[in-house]
Design a binder for this molecule. Structure first.
Ligand code: NAD
Length: 400
């Protein structure tokens, strides 16, 4: 604890009334070993989401500019589904399992007992600010843990609302919320937790892992990156374009597993570009700015970053390209054909509605392109050729 007093700022005030000892005592007392108690916590979390769905939706829309249906589909309904799955499987997933013992240890018998870890810290990003805070919480509660939640400061209405709702629905000996930005999170990470679930950028993931190492705290890091997509001529371009456009432009491209860029074979290139143009028009109309289905960029800093990526790429803008910081940070769904692979657009995670499409000779060249870069979070292959699919399955590495 001595490093806390050494800190250059007043960490206690940054952490509000955080009472870690109280959270830890709940687990140590054995109170959360009972599945009945865990079910109560999950039911309370479910009520929090269901009873306040409209308030939650309004806060997300106000903070991120997400259309209401998207909020339900990607935030509230997802959490309720997660809780229902946990409730349905809780007994089976937590049951002790008998395991064989080696001959040398017989006649002993062995069983695996699953135990709560203790206090779990959940740090969430802003792009799915409710789901990525409350879904890890549901898992932590199902496993008999208590938790500290740190919502993103970039979505302040959501953070304030969730702090209020958690205090209303869940007891403070089970869940506490700490709001604030980098100084607060830095102070929080100096404290000892029993597990940390962090969802956010790779850069901050490194900061979290370094802080966790001080206490040898295990971490679950859900990070970002450039998720590639491969397309060849063996599939219907219209179907492929619609699927890519949905994955790329939902939440205005601010999704960790959004297709970041597309590698397309030369014979599939023109049909795909034409079909992408049609898909964007079908989804968002002739003027996407007026579409109620298109989300907005979260803030001025990210808008500026995306506008920067729209220049100096050396490619051809075949769809979109318009932007307007005054219109709640609007960026049109944009497709850029054949930018330089060295352009900033192809170096950093785009995290916005801009889709570069690069031409490659074949699947082998596509896989090689992907292997030369960091392992992606997700990788998408649109091909009905079994050999091509195997190439990507066996010769590339990705989260999914
Ligand atoms: P971020 O890394 O900037 O912030 C995430 C959280 O870390 C926030 O709560 C923030 O307050 C905190 N934080 C920021 N800087 C910090 C620092 N220096 N020290 C300690 N804490 C700090 O990420 P973001 O911009 O909120 O979210 C976007 C990123 O998250 C993208 O890279 C995206 O791909 C990724 N992401 C990943 C997943 C996944 O499941 N893998 C899901 C959603 C988003």
């Amino acid at each position: 604890m001595s490093h806390l007093t050494d800190a250059p700022y007043d960490t206690a005030s940054l952490l509000g009334g955080l009472d870690l000892a109280r959270l830890r005592h709940t687990v140590h007392s054995g109170a959360t070993l009972s599945l009945g108690r865990r079910r109560e916590h999950l039911a309370a979390l479910r009520r929090l989401v269901v009873e306040h769905e409209d308030e939650i939706n309004a806060a997300v829309t106000a903070d991120v500019g997400k259309p209401a249906l998207e909020v339900r589909l990607t935030e509230t309904w997802t959490i309720v589904q997660e809780i229902d799955t946990l409730l349905a499987h809780l007994e089976r997933w937590t049951a002790p399992r008998t395991v064989p013992v080696p001959v040398a240890l017989q006649p002993a018998s062995a069983r695996v007992h699953l135990q709560p870890k203790g206090v779990v810290l959940v740090i969430a990003p802003w792009n799915y600010p409710v789901q990525l805070l409350l879904s890890p919480l549901a898992g932590a509660l199902a496993a008999g843990n208590t938790a500290v939640l740190k919502p993103s400061e970039i979505t302040p209405r959501v953070a304030e609302l969730l702090a209020r709702l958690v205090a209303k629905h869940l007891p403070p000996e089970v869940v506490q919320v700490v709001t604030g930005g980098v100084p607060g999170t830095t102070a929080l990470l100096e404290r000892r937790f029993d597990h940390i679930v962090f969802t956010g950028s790779t850069e901050v993931g490194k900061v979290v892992m370094r802080a966790a190492a001080e206490h040898l705290t295990p971490v679950t890091l859900e990070l970002g990156g450039k998720s590639p997509t491969f397309v060849d001529a063996t599939m219907d371009a219209t179907v492929v374009a619609r699927r890519i456009a949905w994955g790329k432009f939902v939440n205005a491209g601010q999704t960790c597993i959004a297709p970041d860029y597309v590698l397309v074979t030369s014979e599939a290139r023109d049909p795909l570009l034409a079909a992408l143009r049609e898909a964007v028009q079908e989804f968002f109309g002739a003027d996407p700015r007026t579409s109620s289905d298109l989300g907005r960029i979260v803030n001025g800093r990210h808008h500026e970053r995306l506008v920067g990526l729209l220049g100096g790429h050396g490619g051809e803008v075949v769809v979109g390209g318009e932007h307007d910081a005054q219109d709640r940070y609007f960026v049109a769904p944009t497709v850029i054909a054949d930018p330089y692979p060295s352009a900033p657009l192809m170096q950093e995670e785009i995290f916005g509605p801009i889709l570069p499409v690069l031409t490659v000779a074949d699947a082998e060249a596509g896989a090689e392109f992907m292997r030369e870069r960091e392992h992606p979070l997700a990788l998408y292959v649109f091909s009905s050729d079994e050999k091509v699919r195997r190439t990507f399955e066996q010769r590339t590495t990705s989260g999914g």
